[in-house]
Design a protein around this ligand. Structure first.
Ligand SMILES: Cc1ncc(COP(=O)(O)O)c(C=O)c1O
Length: 359
């Protein structure tokens, strides 16, 4: 395998090396058959088996029973939050606006109907999300949409809320810890952070939601039709789904989501400890510590110049993808499932060295 460095990109992001190696083989010669998995019909037995195993393993990892369907959709998470409003927004829906992504989701809903913002922290540049006690939920809302991990701002909902029709954008933390997906109406996530390459959106739908769908212009946007067609209303992103399957196998072999959560806690702690022990050289951008994301660690340095130097020097030391999102600035270290503990530790050590030289 060629040289692999620590890639802290927010997404598309690092994938486990074993997954990439197995997928690379399957791309060229699938199970010794002389053709690649991306070169066969999605209706053929090879891909059917991949699709089936991916759905089954996904349910196993999430502890899901027969109440929910697993869909592999296209168009990114942006298409999903738009499709959700197209299908389920009748009167009005509730949205927690806690960052760039949930704001965009609420915006898409506002284009199609009435979206009630139950709380927003935009005034403080989304440095945290509105505490639960302050949410202004509407009793008759069609659903309640939250983003469980705000990729740009580096905070998460420590626990997913309870609501009869909860819809969660879990893009940047999907399968990084156990989630109560079985209690949700719909959960979705673009694969390109924790689960696979861009082009697949893992979507879990509670079956009773189909009866609440509005008429949409095409079966492509109908969750019910996609479920009936096993996500094959049209040609699915077959190779992306194959990589997803390899990621599910990898997660299963690691001991599932509870085991993954422990590893992710260790990684996040290493970096947050480096921030907190720096005597203010590094400042976490999240104002409520309990909300600190375990996936996207965001912090600033004393100046733009130092930030640039930090990024350049880190890159020379084999750590890339650290530049913060433009509206937040500073550093964002994304440490999704595929980032090894050594990667987070290497960054923490680098941070300590850099701070001791520059402060
Ligand atoms: C939490 C979250 N939701 C939605 C999106 C949008 O994803 P896509 O570009 O796949 O539409 C992103 C992308 O970074 C994200 O982080």
């Amino acid at each position: 395998m060629s040289n692999r460095i620590f890639n802290f990109s927010a997404g598309p992001a690092m994938l486990p090396t074993e997954v990439l190696e197995k997928s690379a083989v399957a791309l060229v010669d699938y199970q010794g058959k002389g053709f690649g998995i991306a070169e066969v019909s999605h209706r053929g037995k090879e891909f059917e088996a991949v699709n089936d195993e991916a759905m089954t393993l996904c349910k196993k990892l999430l502890g899901l029973g027969d109440t929910h369907d697993v869909l592999f959709l296209q168009g990114g998470a942006t298409m999903l939050f738009t499709t959700i409003a197209m299908n389920f927004l009748h009167g009005s829906a509730d949205y927690l606006v806690s960052g760039e992504w949930s704001k965009k989701a609420a915006g898409a809903a506002k284009d199609l109907g009435k979206a009630n913002v139950v709380g927003t922290t935009e005034a403080s540049n989304f440095d945290h999300s509105t505490p639960t006690a302050e949410w202004k939920l509407n009793e008759g809302a069609d659903y309640f949409h939250v983003c469980s991990n705000e990729t740009v701002h580096g905070h998460r909902l420590p626990a997913w809320p309870k609501h009869p029709n909860l819809i969660v954008d879990a893009s940047s933390e999907f399968m990084s810890r156990p989630h109560p997906v079985g209690d949700c109406a719909l959960v979705y996530g673009g694969a390109q952070k924790n689960l696979g390459p861009a082009g697949v959106v893992l979507t879990i739908v509670r079956k009773d939601m189909y009866a609440k769908q509005k008429k949409v212009p095409s079966k492509l946007w109908s969750f019910k039709d996609q479920a009936e067609g096993r996500s094959m209303v049209n040609t699915p992103p077959t190779f992306g789904i194959y990589i997803l399957l390899e990621v599910f196998r990898w997660l299963d072999a690691k001991g599932g989501l509870a085991a993954m959560e422990k590893i992710n806690e260790t990684k996040a702690k290493a970096i947050y400890d480096a921030i907190d022990a720096s005597n203010g050289f590094y400042k976490g951008t999240v104002s409520v510590k309990e909300q600190r994301s375990r996936m996207n660690v965001t912090y600033t340095l004393p100046s733009e110049e130092l930030t640039e130097e930090f990024i350049k020097t880190a890159s020379k030391a084999g750590m890339v993808g650290l530049k913060g999102y433009r509206t937040v600035g500073g550093i964002r270290a994304s440490i999704y499932n595929a980032m090894p503990v050594e990667g987070a530790q290497a960054l923490a050590t680098f941070m300590k060295d850099f701070a001791s030289k520059k402060s």
